[in-house]
Ligand binder design. Structure first.
Ligand code: ZN
Length: 342
């Protein structure tokens, strides 16, 4: 099969479009012919070799996958060849305490497609049966690939971690990112007032179209000052954050008393200053969040199927142009998900 792999970590030039062995399935696995694979920042970090993860090399990244079932193992009963499916991105043991509590991403053996197993930058990928979900409603392959990782991440951040309630004020950082565009919609559908930030006016227009009530251009305006103005000096109840150092202080200073800042990423750096007095005195909380559970993805998919939430697609590239697609992601000049078509 054709795949985009890297044999060493590095810049965009280590991505090679080449022949790779087609995955061989076990009895409980499904072979999927990939129709679309969405990019995530994770792909870029893995290619660069960030963190101390020892990836198998050569390696195929890509966590958000939709496609057609090509072949099923002898123990697989729930899906059949030819069916349209998407893959739940997180792979966990399915038999530990955390898995049974629905907290898959806290499983000690948790991984994702494209991390310790090969992902979707390829014509075929293999998956455990439990990760294979039928495409809900009349969702296209592109829409389906644009959903899983960011919707389950945003769902877990807002509901499971920050315990969002109707009527609360939510600040979403980086409206143009996958998580941002999902969080705006989910928070809005839950009855929150949504304030979204982005680094360009064209992105703010799109954020409004997704349901943001108020927008802040974080290149031209102070997030904390604007939040103060919009909320009548009160601050916001929940902040969905995934940028890290560049916006941390502005975010922290935007939190109301009893506000919760929930973070799932550090695209601008992970070392931040913390005013502990402002933390306890105002009874605020800082919450970490990482991915989410399959149950949360299924909840989000119900609303996706009914078109109450929608996949936000920026652009599509043929698989062989994976480097150009990642370059676009690095440029930040996008809104929503960037997809690859094998
Ligand atoms: Zn487990």
């Amino acid at each position: 099969m054709h795949a985009v792999r890297f044999h060493e970590h590095g810049g965009l030039d280590v991505l090679k479009y080449e022949e790779a062995p087609q995955p061989q399935i076990e009895a409980n696995e499904v072979l999927v012919k990939v129709k679309a694979c969405a990019l995530n920042h994770l792909d870029i970090w893995l290619r660069q070799g960030a963190g101390d993860w020892k990836l198998p090399l050569p390696h195929i990244v890509g966590s958000d996958i939709s496609g057609e079932v090509a072949e099923v193992g002898s123990h697989v009963k729930r899906v059949k060849a030819g069916e349209r499916v998407l893959l739940c991105p997180g792979i966990s043991c399915g038999q530990c305490e955390m898995c049974f509590r629905g907290l898959d991403s806290a499983c000690r053996s948790y991984t994702l497609f494209g991390v310790f197993v090969d992902g979707g930058y390829a014509q075929y990928v293999k998956s455990p049966e439990v990760n294979v979900l039928h495409l809900p409603g009349d969702l296209s392959f592109d829409e389906a690939a644009a959903v899983p990782l960011v919707f389950l991440t945003a769902w877990h951040m807002l509901f499971t971690r920050a315990q969002l309630k109707p009527g609360e004020d939510v600040l979403v950082i980086g409206a143009g990112s996958g998580v941002g565009s999902a969080a705006i919609q989910i928070a809005k559908s839950a009855g929150a007032r949504v304030i979204a930030t982005a680094g360009g006016d064209w992105k703010l227009e799109k954020a409004k179209a997704l349901g943001a009530d108020e927008v802040i251009n974080h290149r031209q305006q102070s997030i904390a000052e604007e939040v103060r103005r919009i909320t009548g000096k009160r601050g916001v109840d929940v902040i969905v954050e995934h940028v890290g150092a560049a916006v941390w202080e502005e975010c922290f200073n935007s939190l109301a008393t009893y506000g919760r800042l929930v973070t799932c990423g550090v695209t601008s750096g992970g070392e931040v200053k913390l005013n502990v007095q402002g933390l306890f005195g105002r009874q605020r909380a800082i919450l970490g969040s990482f991915m989410g559970g399959k149950g949360e993805l299924l909840e989000a998919l119900k609303l996706i199927a009914r078109r109450k939430l929608r996949a936000v697609i920026d652009s599509t590239f043929p698989l062989e142009e994976a480097a150009a697609a990642q370059r676009k992601m690095e440029s930040r000049e996008f809104f929503g998900k960037i997809l690859l078509h094998p």
